[in-house]
Design a protein around this ligand. Structure first.
Ligand SMILES: C[S@@+](CC[C@H](N)C(=O)[O-])C[C@H]1O[C@@H](n2cnc3c(N)ncnc32)[C@H](O)[C@@H]1O
Length: 265
């Protein structure tokens, strides 16, 4: 099994908790209906899950995570929002503990890039989706991250992240591969699309740059980079400093390309 590269350090959660259905699942929203049952695989801290639950209510949503500890983050968010239509399950995307055809919609946001066998994962998502339902996935594509100014340390960051993620069994350039994975999983009715996030004003830059300045020094990725010898503490400090300089630059701009999939089993 692949190791989840980011872990759940506060600096990682700062990024994931910013996510909403609107900024991270807009491609799916026109297909959702009140009353739909939804499985959100790899739900993380559950902000998208909570939005999906609100959108399909009274339909039930199941939030699934690989460990009970990670699932606890989503539980907290769902309780905070007072939602009563969400159930929780611990499980692995490669072997979901649900019967065939159990859900109308099975969704995974930024999960397939982290798993050992994304084709088997998509096939399994399809198995638990009813015929005519929807398998939806969205993943970023790290090699397609684009930024200005072109600080050399940020190229180092990308190279380091990709090496750590691949060392963990993941595929960080997942966005461009989603369609090929859906075909390999046997889906014939597939709509592929793309969308971006863009951080280009002082608040967004401070948030994104500050978050990566911390992540590159404190998250699981940092620990793995140090333990594997892929980076030294001073490399990580240099990269962290570059993220802060990028964030402080009035000309700083960054865009993140994502691949998206809607498959109908
Ligand atoms: C980048 S986070 C995305 C979280 C959430 N979907 C979001 O976008 O905010 C990926 C999540 O997938 C979970 N994950 C990793 N491998 C998994 C697996 N094999 N089965 C289920 N979940 C997994 C991780 O624990 C992590 O919380």
């Amino acid at each position: 099994m692949a190791t989840y590269t980011h872990g759940h350090h506060e600096s990682v959660l700062r990024s994931h908790r910013w996510r909403t259905a609107e900024n991270s699942a807009a491609y799916l929203l026109p297909s959702l209906k009140s009353g739909d049952t939804v499985l959100d695989v790899g739900c993380g801290p559950g902000t998208i899950t909570a939005d999906l639950a609100t959108l399909v209510t009274p339909g039930r949503v199941t939030a699934l995570e690989i460990t009970d500890e990670a699932l606890g983050l989503a539980r907290t968010e769902i309780e905070r929002r007072g939602l009563t239509t969400v159930s929780f399950a611990v499980g692995d995307i490669h072997a979901l503990d649900f019967p065939d055809d159990a859900f109308d919609v099975v969704h995974a946001h930024q999960v397939l890039q982290h798993v050992g066998d994304p084709v088997a994962a998509l096939r399994e998502m399809g198995r638990v989706t009813r015929p005519g339902g929807i398998v939806a996935a969205r993943d970023s594509d790290y090699a397609a991250f684009t930024w200005f100014p072109r600080l050399p340390e940020l190229d180092e960051w990308l190279d380091l992240y990709e090496r750590v993620a691949r060392g963990n069994g993941g595929e960080p350039d997942a966005g461009r591969r989603l369609l090929s994975w859906a075909h390999a999983a046997g889906f014939s009715e597939v709509t592929a699309s793309s969308s971006t996030w863009c951080f280009a004003n002082p608040e967004d830059r401070a948030w994104w740059g500050g978050m990566w300045a911390d992540r590159v020094q404190q998250s699981d990725m940092a620990r793995q980079a140090l333990a594997s010898g892929m980076a030294t503490r001073s490399d990580l400090e240099r990269i962290s400093d570059a993220w802060l300089r990028w964030a402080a630059d009035d000309d700083g701009w960054l865009s993140i390309l994502h691949g998206e999939l809607i498959c109908r089993p």
